[in-house]
Design a protein around this ligand. Sequence first.
Ligand SMILES: NC(=O)C1=CN([C@@H]2O[C@H](COP(=O)(O)OP(=O)(O)OC[C@H]3O[C@@H](n4cnc5c(N)ncnc54)[C@H](OP(=O)(O)O)[C@@H]3O)[C@@H](O)[C@H]2O)C=CC1
Ligand SMILES: O=C(O)C1=N[C@H](C(=O)O)C[C@H](O)C1
Length: 250
Amino acid sequence: MPTRVAIVGSSGRMGTLISALVEADPEFELVAQITSRDSLEAIEGADLVVDVTVPVVSQQVVERCVALGINVLVGTSGWSSERLAGIRRLLGAEPESGVVVIPNFSLGSVLATSLATHAAKFFDSIEIVEAHHASKVDSPSGTAVRTAELMGAAREDLGPVAAPHVDQRARGQQVASIPIHSVRMQGVSARQDVYFGGEGERVTISHETLSRTSYHTGISVSLRAAREAKGLTVGLDKLIDVGMPSHERT
Ligand SMILES: NC(=O)C1=CN([C@@H]2O[C@H](COP(=O)(O)OP(=O)(O)OC[C@H]3O[C@@H](n4cnc5c(N)ncnc54)[C@H](OP(=O)(O)O)[C@@H]3O)[C@@H](O)[C@H]2O)C=CC1
Ligand SMILES: O=C(O)C1=N[C@H](C(=O)O)C[C@H](O)C1
């Protein structure tokens, strides 16, 4: 029996892509496509919900899925460690439910984040610059927030990075003390550069998404993991071994 999938945000860029991948996959059956004009009640016949909407809606979708005991795969950004902690608390009362949050479905991105997390232990001066297409409605990107939080956790014993200019707005939004600078413009899909400054040297870890085809494998792996999941899983690095230690504390 194929797993029955409902997609919330199906008319969007990611929703359209995931709908096509689900329809082409014999292990899954697309049973509901939900947009801002539809009621969320349509998820009730599904075994698995995929959420690719906007942060405020994503929270509602996840809470509803947990209450209904339907597993959910979340691609939407905005899931900070604080918000994830809330979901973990909810799941404490529903141990059979599974929530899988994937800030970035691209293998290259998750590898770049893992490399940056490792490098963060060796430099006290760190900045993230992320650039996305002009239609992206949120900032900073979910990937940048996740990268900053993982770097912050890896540096737990080292203290905040050397970025004390909090009163200057152009110095970015600090997440785990690391400044994130967001660029939104035409001609870009998704790019992230993490800069590490040291004595007389600089390291840059860059990743660029040139096409959404980079998400295909990660989506396929995540759909399969999400239908079996129990509890909270965060990040494609939990599903694909990128050969780096986990620094996560939350
Ligand atoms: N994890 C990853 O690798 C990736 C994650 N993302 C993230 O995925 C999310 C979606 O991105 P993208 O597809 O580009 O965004 P789009 O703006 O293209 O699509 C947003 C979708 O959300 C729907 N939506 C908005 N409000 C509601 C609502 N109240 N109820 C139900 N559906 C609603 C929209 O429906 P309508 O058409 O009716 O407005 C639309 O289908 C973003 O948070 C983005 O950051 C993006 C790329 C990769
Ligand atoms: O909106 C996008 O396009 C993307 N959003 C995700 C994010 O916020 O990190 C993932 C990827 O960067 C593309």
